[in-house]
Ligand binder design. Structure first.
Ligand code: GLU
Length: 384
């Protein structure tokens, strides 16, 4: 018989063979309720990472805790609401955090580095490649990258906003084999009879039902932040990474996970996932936020899906949103199904004028004509 637990165990064995692991640790693990760093847990985390490095794994640590540590250092009792104050706390706290890690990893003779990223850095093609190359260079040289969001400059438009999501993006960026999200509960839980709950050992994909468990729609004991973890897991699992959500409050969790022990919730199925999509397609699929919609007719749908063509104005039937040229746009068919996404050559204003027009007509309509294509094939991913 093949059940959830069997699948969970059969996936845990190959974990030992993985090479590159992203480990994300949240503020609730690193910082006590009174704002002070939790020295024991940081000690344990650093010890475990040093152990994994000795075993030959490449490790990337995505660490939160900068703002928490900053509030403590600045003796602020409550989290400020003003952005500049929060960013000040992040600036101060990031150095405290690195100091904590620095002292410990020095004892383990493990060189460390600080990598601060925003969503904008991962979206912009050249900066994306720079970040990837730097991280690869650090890993090849045995240096532990400690990644956080660059909170000092991040405002809503350019922010990832959450380190669970950031860690999933780093997993995609580096094509990592596994993502471990360390949090307070030991994985996702589901309700049993009489108000009891049980751990979910394995999820192949993230569904409405699993999200409902996390958001507490059906589970009164659910924990905040689990839904974001599941969504982050979904992203990383799409590229074939195994994701484990487990407790970071106990020692040796990382070693136990990597030796295949049945703890936490394991998510994904590397055999089903499309691990080898080219890097440019990945960049298009995972690192952009869509700023509008274009609807296409059946002919254009066929040309995009089956014939590997670019999107021309003649196939566009409707447009929604206000966006500049270069923006990422969703492409929908006549049944309102999203079939893909791509970067547009023209702004929404111009596309509204040229939609439905033949290529030879559009030169006369637009002033700065450079191309009769709205989304070039190279800037397009078909998802459905
Ligand atoms: N970047 C934030 C910090 O270091 C944490 C964000 C998060 O935990 O998701 O405080």
């Amino acid at each position: 018989m093949h059940n959830e637990r069997d699948t969970s165990l059969s996936l845990r064995n190959p974990l030992a063979k993985t090479k590159r692991i992203v480990i994300k640790v949240g503020t609730n693990i690193l910082v006590n309720k009174n704002g002070k760093p939790n020295k024991t847990r940081i000690d344990n985390l650093c010890q475990s990472i040093a152990n994994l490095k000795k075993q030959g794994y490449q490790v990337i640590l995505v660490s939160s805790g900068a703002i928490g540590a900053g509030l403590h250092a600045l003796k602020l009792k409550t989290r400020p609401t003003e952005l500049a104050q929060l960013q000040m706390a992040a600036a101060v706290g990031q150095t405290c955090l690195l100091e904590e890690y620095g002292q410990r990893f020095k004892k383990h003779k493990l060189p460390i580095s600080q990598v601060l990223l925003t969503h904008d850095d991962l979206r912009h093609r050249q900066r994306h490649l720079n970040a990837r190359n730097t991280l690869h260079a650090l890993l090849e040289n045995g240096i532990l990258p400690i990644v956080n969001e660059n909170d000092v400059v991040a405002v809503d438009e350019i922010k990832v906003g959450d380190n669970d999501v950031l860690s999933a993006l780093v997993t995609v960026l580096l094509d990592a084999d596994a993502l471990i999200l360390l949090t307070t509960p030991n994985g996702l839980r589901k309700p049993l009879a009489h108000g009891k709950t049980t751990r979910v050992p394995y999820l192949e994909t993230i569904t409405e039902e699993s999200l409902a468990l996390a958001t507490g729609k059906t589970n009164p004991l659910s924990t905040g932040g689990m839904a974001t973890k599941l969504l982050a897991a979904q992203t990383a699992a799409k590229i074939g990474a195994l994701v484990i959500i487990a407790s970071g409050t106990t020692s040796n969790t990382l070693e136990k996970i990597m030796s295949g022990k049945d703890i936490g919730t394991i998510i994904g199925n590397p055999l089903q996932a499309s691990r080898k999509s080219p890097s440019r397609k990945r960049w298009l699929s995972y690192f952009h936020r869509c700023q509008g919609n274009l609807w296409v007719d059946d002919g254009a749908q066929m040309a995009l899906r089956s014939q590997g063509k670019s999107l021309l104005p003649v196939g566009i039937t409707k447009i929604h949103g206000k966006f500049p040229s270069g923006a990422m746009i969703n492409i929908l068919n006549q049944h309102n199904e999203t079939i893909g996404q791509g970067l547009v050559e023209y702004s929404s204003e111009i596309i509204a004028k040229i939609k439905g027009k033949k290529s030879r007509e559009i030169k006369a309509i637009i002033e700065n004509y450079h191309n009769d294509v709205v989304i070039h094939r190279n800037n397009l991913v078909i998802t459905h």
